[in-house]
Design a protein around this ligand. Structure first.
Ligand code: SF4
Length: 324
């Protein structure tokens, strides 16, 4: 049965912070006020569309801001609206900041239909958190993650690659720290420079250089494999594509199919290791058969045949897929 999220974007209303990279309105693409009534209508319409398609399972997902930072009465009102649909959805998931988690907040979420809490970790390096004006340290992440798990919620952690002041080594360390917190799921986002943010000022002043697309893809591939080795589910790689958001990007490694590029890179590296271990010279001019599941064929060959071209040019090897 296909799983769906019913995304309800709660823009900056929930967040008085101003992180260096964040422009809530361009990310959520929603300038209008979100009210319990508008949320009720949105959920009802989404469910109507899903129900027309037949069997499905869905979660209501409050994303876009820091849900648990919203005025407590408004939080309660949103959650009560979500409860009205509890017989038609599997539960509620929401995203928030680590320092907006407390036993009192978790008590409130527990009395409603909330199953999963996702924390925007971004980095576990205190210097990077400070440079990006996050307003909390890595300690807050550990405390919040432990509290969430001890209350029986499913835990999601979100990390960013290439923040201001970070580098590949620190990003890998963040992934290691996240693994140590044993989340149920993870999201990986490359940092892009959004217009009208402090990060854009740093970028224009030459103080911040974003990763190139190739660097970000290579690093995300490495980190994705780290999570997979520990059987941690990665539910998103790269920002959602929306035209409004793309027009708000000033610089950085944005690609609408970033996750696909990362999967292709994993295959490229796997095949390259194999070619080198078998002896690249010996394989020159030959076909190289890759066994893969049917659904992975395009990942092996790469977007626009990029992997096939790479091996042809570098090793004069023709990649062929034998699909299981
Ligand atoms: S805490 Fe989240 S929503 Fe608030 S400014 Fe930072 S990134 Fe944006």
């Amino acid at each position: 049965m296909k799983k769906h999220n019913i995304p309800i974007f709660i823009p900056h209303v929930g967040c008085p912070n101003d992180c260096a990279f964040c422009n809530q309105h361009s990310i959520t693409n929603r300038a209008s006020e979100v009210t319990p009534e508008s949320v009720r209508t949105e959920i009802a319409e989404s469910l109507k569309t899903l129900e027309k398609k037949g069997n499905f399972s869905a979660e209501i997902a409050f994303f876009g801001g820091s849900f648990t930072g919203i005025d407590i009465e408004l939080q309660r009102a949103f959650l009560e609206v979500a409860d009205e649909f509890s017989d038609r959805v599997d539960g509620v998931r929401l995203s928030t900041r680590p320092d907006y988690i407390s036993p009192e907040i978790l008590d409130l979420l527990e009395t409603h239909n909330v199953r999963t809490i996702e924390l925007g970790v971004q980095s576990t390096d205190d210097g990077v958190l400070l440079a990006n004006r996050r307003g909390h340290t890595a300690d807050a992440v550990c405390r919040a993650a432990e509290l969430i798990k001890s209350c029986g919620f499913s835990l999601g952690l979100q990390m960013m690659l290439g923040m201001y002041g970070s580098n590949p080594k620190l990003d890998v360390k963040t992934a290691e720290d996240i693994i140590a917190l044993a989340p149920d799921c993870v999201r990986i986002y490359p940092t892009v420079v959004l217009k009208d943010t402090y990060l854009e000022e740093l970028y224009r002043a030459g103080k911040y250089v974003p990763y190139s697309l190739d660097e970000a893809v290579a690093l995300a591939a490495k980190i994705l494999e780290m999570f997979r080795e520990k059987s941690i589910s990665v539910i998103r790689i790269g920002l959602h594509s929306s035209e409004a958001m793309q027009s708000d990007i000033a610089a950085g490694p944005f690609h609408p199919a970033f996750g696909e590029l990362v999967e292709n890179r994993i295959w490229r590296e796997k095949i390259e290791r194999e070619i080198i271990s078998l002896g690249a010279e010996r394989l020159r001019g030959k076909d190289f058969i890759v066994r893969a599941e049917k659904g992975d064929t395009s990942k092996v060959i790469g977007q626009n045949r990029s992997n096939a071209k790479y091996f042809k040019e570098k090793y004069q090897v023709a990649i062929k897929v034998s699909a299981d």
